[in-house]
Design a protein around this ligand. Structure first.
Ligand SMILES: CC(=O)SCCNC(=O)CCNC(=O)[C@H](O)C(C)(C)COP(=O)(O)OP(=O)(O)OC[C@H]1O[C@@H](n2cnc3c(N)ncnc32)[C@H](O)[C@@H]1OP(=O)(O)O
Ligand SMILES: CC(C)C(=O)C(=O)O
Length: 798
């Protein structure tokens, strides 16, 4: 346990502010990027518990080059063989691009300077960086030097550096620049810093303009004061050093007070030209200033940083691997959470911001204007750094409807109406409160699907729309006025109710009200529409309609209905707009009915008043000796319901058999001509055992000679049919059994065909029944009848 002082002034002294009259930096703004120097491979590396291996340094160096650094401090070559050899490796393996300056650090010590030059021999462009500490504490404690001796140390070794640059320039053709750091600048009297740098410049004697400028690097070796103080120090230095035009003023901020970024930025305003730092702020203690952060700060001000972080994740991956230090989740620009909003009001603003921006960008594009990024809470478009919008909104108990609606829109393409957003938000709130954890996108989309019975058979509710037609019936009495006649709609459809197909019918002034009427009449569910909205999803041929419905319990009083506090929302998506609305109705109805029992189907066949599809099938066993296949039964049951509905739900046994015979052309002479009929056929077997059919086929009354090949007779017949039609027919089910005995025996075949054709989103299916003493003929008949019941497009009218 520590002991924080009640009066810390007894232990810590404050920084001494600089008296700088007329400072100019506070009113300046950024106009261009500074020169960047990465010192990841030196200052960053020297601060690691396990300094980088040669391989890691090489990987890192290549990354820095790729990001666009033109000045890279690659080592402290005199420090170790690893550092020395690394410098040699880069030079000898031509790893250094011609436009990149490598920089190497050395203390002001003769043998170490000499060793440093040996390391860089043969490189094209080298910055020799020499330092000695200059502040009172170092003068008095570490070096035990006076001010004059401190200047003398810097000057003497600068002269050595000058001699060696001359020598290596001649012997190896290297172009050298010189950087001098009065180390501990931030703690040094600024007048002394100016004095020592002036003396170093004179000793160097080669400061010119452009690439010949001497670099004075002014480190906040330890950040001891607030950023405005550092900016004052830099402005003082820039305005008091002689021959400013021959100098590159460089910053080297550390982050001890957590204001490294601010210090660097203010110091640039104060006149600095260059910044030394590390990616993501690695470096001694609290780190060097973070160059990614600085560069992207400029970028978000519309200033090109001349560094490329378009694939920031791969930069993060390499840096964290080489440094073995993770990036904090809240690290500016790079942390896992920095583009993420959890809280409701933030999410709401982001959602609205994206919507507004999409519309604005469309207008900008049309007007030839730039598409500016202007987004609440997001200073940068994550996409610019190669990040997706995936993480922008994440949901927990702090989130609101806006964020949840955003995710539903992103992932299910559904733009929920405001009131439905509120309703679904309550669903999610309940789950996240109960589970006390973040809700993933999957949690949310799954909750949405199951709440609204949306998204295919897995989520289907007790009621599901199977097929329907809506017909228009004009008002019998035409109006005298110019008004359009009052049209009525009739919904006629098949709905699966608790797994059983039920035929229902209802009337209203639109498809939705007629479906509501149908479920009221047949299922005793009395609901009224309160709100409806729709939008399209996608464009062109693949566009779909999404409909949203709010239902309330019907009351006698319209006002009460409107203000009812309980309501149920539903959603439906379909390529057909009417179908999407109807699906939305059933989605809401499913929520409304919960698990309350629904009235059973009243269908009386013969004497029995509640016949199900199995009973109907049994009745046919008795009357026609037919065993209807299981999958066939619902389809015929639907036919029976339809027929019975028009006669008060009743049908006699005799009529039931007749209905079957008429519907499937079984054992009856209806005189009906089918679209596809086989007049004659012949089979041959190929050498490989496949069946080949040649046949005379009637197609819409026209005789065509066809042939086809398949594994068996039915597939051969389908192949022959395919020569006459567009799209594909395939057999989903084929079942046959015999009827009769002895010489009277015959085969009865049941075939279910599925039809798919380009341009129609839905597959169609239908059953056909055939009978013949010849089993093959019976199967072929069933195929032709099933094909005739489908809306098959023939080649002629394709
Ligand atoms: C703020 C910074 O980041 S500065 C860079 C710091 N980086 C490093 O130190 C990493 C590499 N350093 C090293 O590997 C070693 O320190 C070496 C090889 C350079 C020198 O090692 P050694 O000779 O063992 O010396 P040591 O590490 O103890 O350094 C301290 C000595 O250097 C002197 N010294 C420190 N800085 C400087 C300098 N810029 N110029 C001259 N002498 C210096 C100290 O006064 C001390 O001298 P003393 O031994 O006479 O008291
Ligand atoms: C050598 C100098 C520039 C340094 O690293 C520091 O002061 O932090």
């Amino acid at each position: 346990m520590g002991c924080m002082l009640i009066d810390p002034s007894q232990k810590y002294k404050p920084y001494t502010p600089l008296k700088l009259d007329g400072r100019t930096w506070p009113t300046k703004t950024f106009t261009k990027a500074p020169i960047w120097l990465s010192t990841d491979l030196r200052d960053g590396n020297q601060a690691l518990a396990n300094p980088m291996t040669a391989d890691q340094k090489l990987t890192f160096f290549r990354l820095l080059v790729k990001c666009g650094f033109k000045e890279i401090e690659i080592a402290y070559p005199a420090a170790s063989d690893t550092d020395f050899s690394f410098v040699r490796y880069l030079i000898e393996h031509n790893e250094i691009p011609d436009d990149v300056w490598i920089q190497v650090l050395t203390p002001a010590r003769e043998e170490l300077i000499t060793r440093t030059f040996e390391a860089v021999a043969g490189a094209k462009h080298v910055i020799i960086h020499m330092y000695n500490a200059t502040c009172p504490m170092f003068r008095n404690v570490v070096f035990k030097n006076t001010e004059e001796q401190t200047i003398d140390l810097a000057v003497r070794h600068t002269i050595l550096v000058r001699e060696l640059t001359n020598q290596y320039g001649v012997s190896h053709g290297t172009t050298f620049r010189y950087e001098y750091s009065p180390e501990t600048f931030s703690q040094t009297e600024v007048q002394f810093s100016v004095a020592i740098c002036d003396a170093v410049k004179t000793a160097w004697g080669k400061a010119g303009t452009g690439n010949e400028r001497i670099i004075f690097n002014l480190p906040a070796t330890v950040e001891v004061g607030p950023p405005n103080h550092y900016a004052d120090q830099i402005e003082y230095f820039c305005t008091h050093i002689s021959e400013r035009e021959r100098i590159v003023v460089s910053l080297h901020p550390h982050n001890d007070r957590g204001t490294g970024i601010a210090a660097a930025e203010l110091a640039v305003l104060a006149g600095a030209d260059r910044i030394e730092g590390c990616l993501f702020g690695n470096g001694e203690r609290t780190g060097n200033v973070d160059i990614v952060n600085l560069a992207l700060n400029l970028y978000t001000q519309g200033i090109p940083p001349h560094l490329d972080f378009s694939d920031i994740q791969s930069v993060i991956d390499i840096v964290t691997k080489c440094n073995d230090i993770p990036i904090h989740p809240r690290h500016p620009y790079a942390g896992e959470l920095v583009f993420t909003a959890f809280s409701g009001s933030h999410q709401d603003a982001v959602k609205k911001g994206f919507e507004e921006q999409t519309e604005r960008h469309v207008r900008n594009l049309a007007n030839g204007e730039p598409q500016m990024w202007d987004m609440p809470y997001l200073p940068l478009d994550p996409a610019d750094l190669g990040c997706s919008y995936e993480a922008v909104i994440r949901v927990n108990s702090q989130s609101g409807k806006g964020g949840i609606a955003y995710l539903v829109k992103q992932h299910l393409h559904l733009d929920l109406p405001r009131k439905m957003q509120i309703a679904f938000y309550q669903v999610i709130q309940k789950i996240s409160d109960r589970e006390a954890r973040e809700m993933t996108v999957e949690d949310i989309t799954t909750a949405f699907r199951s709440t609204y019975y949306f998204g295919g058979p897995k989520y289907e509710g007790r009621l599901a729309l199977k097929s329907f037609s809506v017909t228009v019936e004009a008002s019998p009495e035409p109006l005298d006025t110019d008004e359009a006649p009052d049209e009525r709609r009739r919904f006629d459809g098949t709905v699966s109710v608790d797994g059983m197909l039920r035929v229902i019918r209802g009337d209203g002034n639109g498809p939705i009200s007629s479906l509501l009427d149908a479920i009221r009449t047949h299922l005793d569910i009395d609901l009224t529409l309160r709100e409806y909205s729709e939008h399209t999803i996608g464009v062109g041929e693949n566009a779909k309609a999404a409909s949203y419905i709010e239902l309330v319990a019907t009351t006698d009083n319209v006002k009460e209905t409107r203000s009812a506090s309980q309501s149920w929302w539903g959603v439906g998506v379909d390529s057909d707009i009417a179908a999407s609305g109807l699906r939305a109705v059933l989605s809401a109805v499913n929520s409304a009915i919960g698990d309350r029992p629904l009235p059973e189907l009243k269908l009386s066949v013969g004497f029995d008043s509640t016949m199900g599809q199995a009973d109907i099938a049994n009745a046919l066993v008795n009357s026609l000796k037919l065993q209807l296949p299981r999958r066939f039964q619902p389809s015929f049951f639907e036919v029976v319901q339809r027929a019975a509905r028009d006669s008060g739900g009743q049908i006699s046994y005799e009529n039931l058999a007749k209905l079957f015979q008429d519907t499937y052309g079984y054992e009856t002479e209806t005189g009906k001509q089918y679209r596809f009929e086989l007049q004659s056929f012949d089979f041959a077997k190929s050498i490989v055992g496949r069946r080949q059919i040649t046949a005379e086929l009637l197609v819409d009354g026209e005789v065509r000679s066809v042939s086809g090949e398949g594994n068996g007779p039915l597939s051969a017949a389908l192949a022959a049919l395919h020569t006459q039609i567009c799209g594909t027919l395939s057999i989903k089910e084929y079942i046959e059994h015999s009827v009769g005995e002895g010489a009277e025996v015959k085969a009865v075949s049941f075939v279910e065909l599925v039809y798919e054709v380009e341009g129609r989103t839905k597959k169609e299916s239908a059953w056909g029944v055939g009978d013949d003493s010849d089993i093959t003929a019976s199967g072929l008949q069933a195929v032709m009848k099933a094909a005739s019941s489908l809306n098959v497009v023939t080649s002629k009218n394709a």
